[in-house]
Design a binder for this molecule. Structure first.
Ligand SMILES: [Fe+2]
Length: 293
C-alpha cells in the first residue's frame, strides 16, 4: 500500500502514480489532499486506479478507516489471486492430461499404420506454414497445429485389415476408410478443449467442388481451416515416400496444385501454397528433414 500527498514539489502525486502505474497495476494507492478544493479530479482518480483519497485533518479517523479497509481489500485480492492461480493450475493439468491421452491414441494409430507416422506432424507444420503466410491470428495457428496432429485420429476406428491392405480396396472397404473423419470428430467431441479443431478433423477430405467426404461440402461451406489442412494433407500424400512409390517430383506437385485449384482445392489458399513452394521451399524441406517419411 502506498499513501502519498497530492500536492508535492517538484511533481504532484498524480504524476507519481502515473509513473508507478506503468509498471505496477496492482499497488493499492491512497492519495491525501490538503484541502478539498485541491483534490484531483474524479476522472484522474479513476484513470489512475487510485483506490481512495482523503483530506488531511487533525483527526486521523477518516485516514485510519481508509487504511483499514485498504488492508482488508488487499488481503481479499490476494486470496482471489491465489484461488485463480490454483484454478488455472488445475485447468492446465486437466488439459495436459487430456492432451496426453489423445496423444497416446494418436501414437496407437501411428503404430499400426506406418504411413501415418510422421504424416500428422508434417501436416500440422505445413498447415501452420500456410496459416502464417495467410496472416491468420495466433488462435487459428494453434488450431491448425493441433488439428493437423489429430486429423487422422479416426483411423483408430478403421479395421487393420483395411487400413494396412496393400492390394486395391473394394468399394465397401474404401467407404470404411472414408469414415475416419467422422470417427475422429466423434472421439474428440468428448472434450470441450477440442471443440474448435473438430471442423478440421471432420472436413479435411472435403473438396472445393463438393465431391469430397464426409459432408460433400462445397466452397466456402467447408470450414476455412479444414481447407488449409486439406492442402497440407494432400501435399504430404504426394511428397512422402510410400512402399509402392517414391515421392512425386516438385514440378509435378506444383502442376497438380495448379490443375486442381478451384476443383479440389480452395483457389486462394492453393495460390498462397504455390507461393510458399516457389519462395519458401527451404521451410518445407526443414519440416521434411525433421519428420522423414
Ligand atoms: Fe485423413
Amino acid at each position: 500500500m502506498l499513501i502519498l500527498d497530492f500536492i508535492m514539489t517538484p511533481i504532484h502525486g498524480d504524476t507519481v502514480v502515473e509513473e508507478i502505474r506503468k509498471f505496477n497495476k496492482d499497488l493499492y494507492i491512497l492519495l491525501l489532499t490538503g484541502h478539498k478544493d485541491l483534490a484531483p479530479p474524479l476522472e484522474t482518480i479513476r484513470r489512475l486506479d487510485i483506490q481512495g483519497y482523503c483530506e488531511k485533518s487533525d483527526k486521523q479517523d477518516q485516514l485510519l478507516l481508509l487504511i483499514e479497509s485498504g488492508v482488508k481489500s488487499i488481503s481479499q485480492m490476494n486470496m482471489i489471486k491465489d484461488i485463480n492461480d490454483e484454478l488455472k493450475d488445475t485447468y492446465d493439468q486437466l488439459e495436459k492430461a487430456y492432451m496426453e491421452s489423445i496423444q497416446t491414441l494418436r501414437y496407437t494409430v501411428e503404430a499400426k499404420d506406418a504411413y501415418t507416422r510422421g504424416h500428422s506432424d508434417r501436416v500440422s507444420e505445413y498447415s501452420v506454414l500456410i496459416g502464417k503466410k495467410l496472416g491468420l491470428q495466433d488462435g487459428d495457428i494453434k488450431l491448425l497445429q493441433i488439428g493437423g496432429l489429430f486429423h487422422d485420429i479416426g483411423k483408430i476406428g478403421v479395421p487393420d485389415s483395411i487400413l494396412l491392405k496393400e492390394a486395391k480396396l473394394t468399394d465397401d472397404e474404401y467407404s470404411q476408410i472414408k469414415n475416419h473423419p467422422s470417427i475422429g470428430a466423434h472421439i474428440l467431441s468428448n472434450a470441450t478443449i477440442f471443440a474448435d479443431i473438430i471442423p478440421i478433423v471432420k472436413h479435411h477430405h472435403e473438396k472445393y467442388d463438393g465431391t469430397g467426404y464426409p459432408g460433400r461440402l462445397k466452397g466456402e461451406d467447408i470450414p476455412y481451416l479444414a481447407r488449409i489442412a486439406a492442402i497440407a494433407d494432400t501435399f504430404d500424400a504426394m511428397t512422402s515416400v510410400r512402399p509402392y512409390r517414391k515421392a512425386l517430383p516438385l514440378d509435378i506437385v506444383k502442376e497438380e496444385f495448379r490443375k486442381y485449384s478451384g476443383t479440389q482445392f480452395d483457389p486462394e489458399i492453393a495460390k498462397v501454397f504455390l507461393e510458399i513452394l516457389e519462395t519458401n521451399y527451404e521451410q518445407i524441406k526443414e519440416i521434411q528433414e525433421k519428420y522423414p517419411s
